[in-house]
Design a protein around this ligand. Structure first.
Ligand SMILES: O=C(O)c1ccccc1N[C@@H]1O[C@H](COP(=O)(O)O)[C@@H](O)[C@H]1O
Length: 214
């Protein structure tokens, strides 16, 4: 069976980028959303993405972002994957595919009920990966809240394409998350922090060591 890999999202310091790489993250995530405590300015993002070796994916996280915001994140030379975490319709992904051929497109889908999973099917023609995340309360961030959804909702679901799991996952529950759902790529942000937006190198190490043991 394919091994489990992990994305550490919301990295904002050299030390935590280095920890994610040293402990085997498959992807490093960088947030470009001003309302997030993990939001990066362009020069910060440039310095951080430069530390990431070619074998590690560099994922930019965007929420209903204008073209200029995404162009800038790609233009700094860093981002090779666009993660769309807002209400972007399939047409938006199709437009981004035309604008940025060669950049992978991930679409986050917010899950609270089984019916929410149906949205994944709409993105099959345009997304390279579907990221299932917990639906967050109205008026809060659409992700990065440390909230998990009921993983049993994925039982028996015929995934239309490649997918990953996120939402409230940490070193203590990642084995259950992967075992229960069959996810081969796990994404975490709050689960490796000491406070919102403050990544913890020890928690990153513990999380990735647990993932490596699966
Ligand atoms: O991390 C953020 O600040 C963020 C902001 C806006 C949209 C998405 C964001 N992060 C993504 O949210 C999920 C789940 O995070 P958590 O582990 O529950 O804290 C994760 O995929 C991040 O990529």
């Amino acid at each position: 069976m394919q091994r489990v890999t992990a994305k550490i999202c919301g990295l904002s310091t050299p030390e935590t980028v280095d920890a994610a790489i040293a402990h085997g993250a498959s992807h490093a995530g960088f947030v470009f959303f001003p309302k997030s405590p993990r939001n990066l300015a362009a020069d910060q993002a440039r310095a951080l993405t430069l530390r990431v070796p070619p074998h590690v994916g560099k994922v930019g996280v965007f929420v209903d972002a204008e073209d200029e915001v995404i162009d800038r994140a790609i233009g700094i030379g860093g981002v090779d994957t666009i993660q769309l975490h807002g209400k972007e319709p399939p047409e938006r992904l199709a437009a981004l595919r035309r604008r940025h051929p060669g950049i992978a497109l991930w679409k986050a889908i917010s899950i609270r009920t089984r019916a929410d999973l149906d949205a994944a099917k709409l993105y099959r023609p345009v997304a390279d990966l579907i990221l299932y995340d917990a639906k967050t309360p109205e008026g809060t961030l659409p992700g990065g809240m440390g909230l998990r959804f009921d993983w049993t909702l994925l039982d028996g679901f015929a995934h239309p394409q490649r997918w990953a799991l996120s939402g409230g996952i940490d070193a203590g529950n990642v084995a259950d998350a992967a075992g229960r759902t069959g996810a081969r790529l796990i994404d975490t942000s709050s689960g490796v922090e000491s406070a919102p937006g403050i990544k913890d190198v020890d928690k990153i190490a513990a999380f990735l060591q647990r993932v490596a043991s699966l």
